[in-house]
Design a protein around this ligand. Structure first.
Ligand SMILES: NC(=O)C1=CN([C@@H]2O[C@H](COP(=O)(O)OP(=O)(O)OC[C@H]3O[C@@H](n4cnc5c(N)ncnc54)[C@H](O)[C@@H]3O)[C@@H](O)[C@H]2O)[C@@H](O)CC1
Length: 477
């Protein structure tokens, strides 16, 4: 699992660690790690380092010494000559770094204007440098975080640096993993400076390919050779309508590909007949379920279906047509997973889609607290927020997953994990992870249909549990 921490927690950890180390050791570790991570810059090339007033600039100045040692030339642009890491500057200059007035012509750039001490936005010289990067497109490496973005909020500002890669120290920051700020960080890499034992709970987590054992832990019956379809759980699907019959099929396909032992379908006689015709394993008779999925492609009866599902007192997944304010209780008293996209979440929170997209972390957290539920906000980096838990951000999948019906498959899959024993936070985040991974497996680098994704899920799940899943992260290089 990748983890990101808030600035205040990182500072506390750095303080605790620094107290156990010789003076300056942390910056030595950071700058050495930084220099190692940019070893692809060839000797003889010129790197321009944009140096701000704090320790972020200090990291780059000490890294300059390593680069100079191996024949890379270093130009330094100082944001403020009166506020610069003096010892770092002296070391870089002693190694042969030149101070230049402004960046011009260099093909390599290190953004060390601001690190975790940054306030969002850039002005004056820093803004001019960010414009120079945007116009001239040098290969840009951000030191710890790209300057100008909201480090904790993962928001963008009116002016910020867009990097090709970011070398982060100690832990990821929210801005390196969550949208929209992650788009400015390029490919983020981590340098271990020994912070781990001093870090508190993460603010953000991201599942990785080798986290299959975490998913397996959610399902006690996996260890029981005598488990049967009912011990695996029954998921009830109330999806589809005359107009959107396909949603019923896709939601059922997602549910069948998941962990539950049985799928029960609740719908009109005509729709039920179609579903069973296509998926003969589905039971279309009333009966007990361990979780309900309500809403994908839903029609006029969605309100009644939600009322019936909630009356069962079992966990629920509410998606699409079910995500109307009038249908939701003031606060859920059953485990609930809501799966809106940005537009649906905006409607629920009475705001605009643009506001949600500009600051998804705060909106998804607000909604989770407002309804005492898990909220899975679908998007290029799907977020799963639950009160009292670290929010999870999903890194699998690609833009090809933006296809009709993909959400129906996701809702069915999440319901299947919920019915099989996972809590809504795990069900939502593992479903998002598997859904993205399956889309990559189904056709790496090309178009997929929602049916392709559902079809690729069982093997993806097997690989994930076995720990043999290929890298399915989409760092969008
Ligand atoms: N604290 C430590 O022990 C370590 C810190 N490290 C580095 O230190 C960085 C943090 O250093 P600092 O706390 O000095 O903070 P920064 O280097 O991020 O700089 C903060 C300074 O910039 C100013 N500033 C911030 N945003 C601004 C804006 N938008 N416009 C104008 N001025 C702005 C602040 O007023 C402050 O003076 C980390 O990101 C990391 O690179 C690493 O060396 C690892 C160890």
């Amino acid at each position: 699992m990748l983890t990101a921490h808030l600035v205040a927690d990182i500072r506390a950890a750095e303080e605790a660690l620094a107290a156990t180390l010789p003076e300056g050791e942390l910056m030595r570790r950071a700058s050495k790690g930084l220099a190692e991570r940019v070893d692809f810059i060839p000797a003889g090339e010129v790197v321009v380092m944009l140096i701000g007033p704090g320790n972020n600039g200090g990291d780059a100045l000490y890294a300059a010494v390593h680069l100079l040692d191996r024949g890379v030339r270093v130009d330094l642009c100082l944001l403020d000559e009166t506020k610069v890491h003096a010892d770092g500057l002296a070391a870089a200059q002693a190694g042969g770094a030149q101070i230049v007035e402004e960046p011009s012509g260099q093909r390599w750039c290190l953004d060390a204007i601001f690190g975790i001490g940054a306030r969002p936005g850039l002005s004056g010289k820093a803004a001019e440098w960010a414009e120079w990067i945007a116009e001239n497109d040098p290969y840009t490496v951000a030191v710890d975080v790209p300057s100008g973005i909201g480090v904790d909020t993962a928001t963008l500002s009116s002016m910020y640096v867009t990097a090709d890669s970011t070398i982060a120290f100690g832990t990821y920051k929210n801005a390196l993993l969550a949208t929209p700020a992650e788009s400015a960080s390029g490919f983020p890499e981590l340098v271990d400076i020994g912070l781990g034992p001093h870090l508190s709970e993460p603010s953000l987590e991201a599942l990785e390919g080798d986290d299959g054992d975490l998913m397996a832990e959610c399902f006690a019956w996996l260890d029981d050779p005598a488990s049967h379809k009912y011990s695996r759980g029954v998921v009830g699907i109330a999806a589809g309508s005359e107009e959107y019959a396909g949603a019923a099929h896709l939601c059922v396909a997602g549910a069948q590909a998941g962990m539950a032992g049985m799928v029960r379908f609740a719908g009109s006689q005509a729709l039920s007949a179609r579903v069973v015709d296509r998926a003969p394993e589905v039971v279309a008779a009333p009966g007990r379920v361990q979780a309900w999925v309500v809403g994908p492609g839903g029609g006029d009866d969605v309100g009644a279906l939600i009322t019936a599902a909630l009356a069962d007192g079992v966990p629920v997944v509410l998606d699409a047509a079910a995500l109307e304010l009038e249908y939701l209780p003031g606060s859920f008293d059953v485990p609930a997973l809501l799966t809106p996209h940005a537009g649906e979440l905006a409607r629920l929170l009475d705001t605009d889609r643009e506001n949600v997209e500009a600051d998804p972390l705060s909106h998804v957290t607000r909604a989770a607290e407002r309804w005492n539920a898990t909220v899975l906000l679908k998007g290029p980096r799907t977020l799963v927020a639950t009160p009292g838990r670290a929010t999870r951000v999903n890194l699998t999948g690609s833009l090809w997953l933006g296809t009709a019906g993909a959400g129906d498959v996701l809702a069915g899959l999440a319901g299947s994990l919920l019915a099989a024993g996972a809590d809504p936070h795990d069900a939502g985040s593992f479903a998002a992870f598997l859904h993205g991974a399956a889309s990559v497996h189904a056709n790496p680098g090309g178009p997929v249909t929602a049916s392709d994704v559902a079809a690729a899920l069982p093997v993806t799940i097997a690989d994930f549990i076995a720990g043999t899943l290929d890298d399915v992260r989409d760092w969008r290089d």
